[in-house]
Design a protein around this ligand. Structure first.
Ligand code: GUN
Ligand code: ZN
Length: 421
């Protein structure tokens, strides 16, 4: 199945997008032109350049509808797609009681195949066009996920979840085997289809990683210039476990830093229980953070502060963190992030939330040159949101997108100009 659009596409609707140079573009009535290569040619207010428009393919008129960049879900777990809502938190008991038994099922290829299909359907229905996924520790399940993503046309970063201690033995994979299997998956899938699929080095978190595993993971990432994704400082109990497992380190982040896992291609999920020094180190290493507000609420993990990240210009993406998060919808994630910021008495504007759910996530994942905003030259990754009336202003469109998000969530999802849903 070719992932490229085979002909030109022009769609007409209200268009709203963050811009790489800053700010947000809002066109009440515009035409998005996509070339045969799946790249955006232009976003033109309707009625402007009529002659140029008519020279292109017929215009698909979707009004009233809102077109925004495809959402970037910068953190979620493939093998947890069937266990949303298991209320066995906080984090450590939820992992033991609900997550690990489910993840053990992914050694079976047929089980992994059926969940992968469900996951893709649900992500695309939510308008997610780019995802950063943790697989289980099974290389077979990870291969199944990569194959499903390859065939779907979606954009994704996928990691084999690395864990070799303090977990059920059926999930633990030793350093040598984990590195061997990682290298095989890199050869098979990393960079597939002009970088649409990429492999990420994915140590689950410090408590389930030996120092040798973290060091090998750091080396693997450096050898192949790979993205690193992991969890950090989600709960205080987890931080205590991490300190016990890695007594040589001066802080939670220092565990990763010593292993060469903290750099400009590192994406840290949660990042809640941090000191000023920790934020400074993240900024110094140019690592990125993924905010997972619904997960933080569901597991009672705490409230992540945006301000220390934004003031240090740290890239921030948004994650559903399914299955600790209860929805695949990045629209819901934006609303949860708004509520969280308000509760901290540090309100965040919905415009910043739209950026986080699109371009911010793309920057965090290192693919902002390809996706995350609707600007000429980028791949045409966009979603069509049904609205009951044409939004009149930017604030009107943001209110609808972020807060008025009952079903249907998105009507259509496109990657590189090809309709995937
Ligand atoms: N920390 C380690 N593993 C996990 C996970 O699967 N989900 C969340 N939310 N936190 C984690
Ligand atoms: Zn997670």
């Amino acid at each position: 199945m070719t992932p490229l659009a085979t002909s030109e596409l022009s769609v007409r609707a209200t268009v709203m997008t963050p811009l790489a140079a800053g700010g947000t573009a809002f066109h009440r009535d515009a035409i998005l032109h996509v070339g045969p290569d799946g790249c955006i040619r232009a976003v033109v207010p309707a009625g402007v350049g009529r002659r140029a428009e008519s020279a292109c393919s017929p215009v698909l008129d979707l009004r009233p509808a809102l077109i925004v960049p495809g959402f970037v879900d910068a953190h979620l777990h493939f093998p947890q797609a069937r266990i949303i809502g298991r209320a066995t938190g906080p984090l450590l008991s939820w992992l033991t009681e609900s997550v690990f038994p489910e993840e053990a099922r992914f050694r079976r290829r047929d089980y992994a195949c059926s969940v992968a299909a469900e996951l893709l359907t649900r992500m695309l229905a939510a308008g997610t066009t780019t995802a950063a996924l943790y697989s289980s520790s099974s290389a077979r399940a990870t291969e199944v996920l990569f194959e499903a993503l390859r065939d779907s046309g979606m954009r994704a970063v996928v990691g084999l979840t690395l864990m070799d201690r303090a977990c059920p033995k059926e999930l633990a994979v030793g350093v040598e085997r984990a590195m061997r299997e990682s290298r095989r998956l890199i050869r098979q899938f990393h960079g597939h289809d002009r970088d649409r699929l990429r492999f990420a080095v994915t140590p689950r978190f410090a408590p389930t990683s030996s120092r040798a595993l973290l060091t090998a993971a750091g080396r693997l990432a450096a050898d192949h210039q790979l993205l690193v994704q992991t969890h950090v400082a989600e709960t205080k109990a987890e931080a205590r476990l991490a300190a016990r497992a890695h007594p040589y380190a001066s802080s939670y982040l220092d565990i990763y830093d010593r292993a060469g896992l903290l750099g400009c291609r590192t994406v840290l999920a949660h990042a809640i229980h941090f000191s000023r020094r920790d934020y400074d180190l993240i900024a110094k290493r140019e690592a990125a953070v993924v905010h997972c507000p619904d997960s933080n609420a569901f597991l009672g993990s705490g409230r992540m502060k945006l301000e220390p990240l934004r003031s240090r210009e740290i890239d921030v993406g948004l994650g559903s963190d399914v299955a600790a998060g209860r929805s695949f919808s990045m629209r819901r994630a934006m609303a949860h992030a708004y509520d969280n910021a308000l509760a901290l008495e540090a309100p965040v504007h919905p415009e910043a939330l739209l950026r986080m759910a699109t371009l911010g996530g793309a920057k965090a994942l290192g693919c902002a040159d390809l996706t995350g905003s609707l600007e000429p030259g980028k791949d045409a990754d966009f979603v069509v949101i049904p609205v009951s009336r044409v939004p009149l202003t930017l604030d009107d469109a943001l209110a609808t997108l972020v807060f008025d998000n009952d079903d249907p969530n998105v009507a259509r999802s496109y990657v590189r100009g090809r309709r995937l849903r």
